[in-house]
Every structure is written in C-alpha cells, then in structure tokens.
Design a protein around this ligand. Structure first.
Ligand code: E4P
Length: 220
C-alpha cells in the first residue's frame, strides 16, 4: 500500500519525505486554510520535492467552474492531480479531464455506488472517507473492501485512496482491506513507527550494554 500525506504543511511532508515514505500528497480546502498561505504557493512548494501525485482541490461547484480551475491548477506542476467532489458536476468534470489525460481524484465518496461511478467516469483516484463514515456508525473499512472487489471484478484502473484516516488501526486495516493508498495526516505518521515496547527495549539494551567492559566494545 502506498502512503500519501494528507496535509498542506510542508514541514510535516519534509520530515516524512526524508525517510522515503511519501508516495504522494493530498490536500483539501480545509487543510490549505490551516496553513494561512497562498494555495498556489503551497502546491508549487510541495510539488517541487514530492515526486508522486499531489492532489489540489477545486472550489467551484459547477462543472464549468471546476474545469476552468482544473486547467489552471494543472499548469502548476506535472504531478499535480485535480481533486473534484463526488457530484454530478464533479463526475462530468472528471470525465472531461480524463479524456484530456489530466489525472483526477474524486473525493467525498461515502458509498460503493459513488465509487463505481467515479471509476466509470475515468477517475485516476477515488477517495472514500473512512473516518467520517465511522463517525456516523457506518463501517468505513467495509466500503474500502467492497470498492476494491468492484474495481478488481470489472478491471477498472482507478486506485482507492483510503481517506479520513484517524488512527494506526485505520492504516493497518486499510492495508488489509486492499486500499491501493492510504492518505494519512502528517501528525499521525510519526505515531506509526512508535511502540512502547520498542522504547523500553532500547532502554534495556543500553542499560545492559553499560555492563560490557570498555575494552570489549568497538571503538566509537
Ligand atoms: C482526503 O483526501 C481528505 O483530505 C481527508 O482525508 C479528509 O479527512 P478528515 O475527515 O479528517 O477531514
């Protein structure tokens, strides 16, 4: 499973990117608003060092406006992906952009039927929101499983981005459920490599090492 970072914060992305763990980035209007910076500047800075797909979302709700924004955003970097909402207008724009070879990410997907439509419209990526479904007591991970089965059955090339990821279990379950990608908040990723037994294990090794005679240790 590929790792995307779900953030507009460049420092968070750089921290994880240096570990070779960033396969792409997703943003949305809320994440961009948090940064208090110019949208284009944020996307241009991220695409200057992230090699994989970087999603930038349109604001328009009419297909015509979405397409106008998409044409502009697509000039910002070769790896930029146009993120569009799962609406009738969004599907139309997705289809138009896919005919032009422009990559798209259909967002705010909450049912398998919506995901299937996005795939058939030519979406490159589909983003089912796991956490927000869990919030309303619907099993978000089941949607990932169902959608993966549908895409595989009909050989639809769209990739599933498990989105609205809230915790470590979501990441593990998304991988098991067959998500091609999980987009993970920048603040959550460092918790993925942490484990209390790792920390206490290191502590014990270092303590035991103190009892090894100095001349039995390699020179430091
Ligand atoms: C997906 O691309 C969205 O940016 C994101 O995952 C939304 O997550 P949230 O429900 O935590 O806002």
């Amino acid at each position: 499973m590929k790792f995307f970072l779900d953030t507009g914060n460049v420092e968070q992305i750089k921290r994880i990117h240096r570990l070779g763990l960033v396969d792409g980035v997703t943003t949305n209007p809320s994440l961009i608003a948090k940064e208090g910076r110019v949208f284009k500047d944020v996307i241009k800075e991220i695409t200057s060092f992230v090699e994989g797909p970087v999603s930038a979302e349109v604001i328009g709700t009419k297909a015509e406006d979405m397409l106008k924004e998409a044409e502009e955003i697509a000039t910002w970097a070769p790896n930029v992906v146009i993120k569009l909402p799962m609406t009738e207008d969004g599907l139309y724009a997705t289809n138009e952009l896919s005919k032009k070879g422009i990559k798209t990410n259909v967002t705010l997907v909450f049912s398998a039927a919506q995901g299937l439509m996005a795939a058939k419209a030519g979406a490159t990526f589909i983003s089912p929101f796991v956490g927000r479904l869990d919030d309303i007591s619907v099993d978000g991970m089941q949607l990932i499983r169902d959608l993966r089965q549908i895409l595989d059955t009909y050989n639809l090339p769209a990739e599933i981005i498990a989105a609205s990821i809230r915790n470590i279990k979501h990441v593990e379950d998304a991988a098991l459920a067959g998500a091609h990608i999980a987009t993970i908040p920048g603040t959550l990723v460092p918790t993925l490599w942490k484990h209390p037994l790792t920390d206490s294990g290191i502590e014990r090794f270092l303590k035991d090492w103190e009892s090894v005679p100095q001349d039995a240790k390699p020179p430091m």
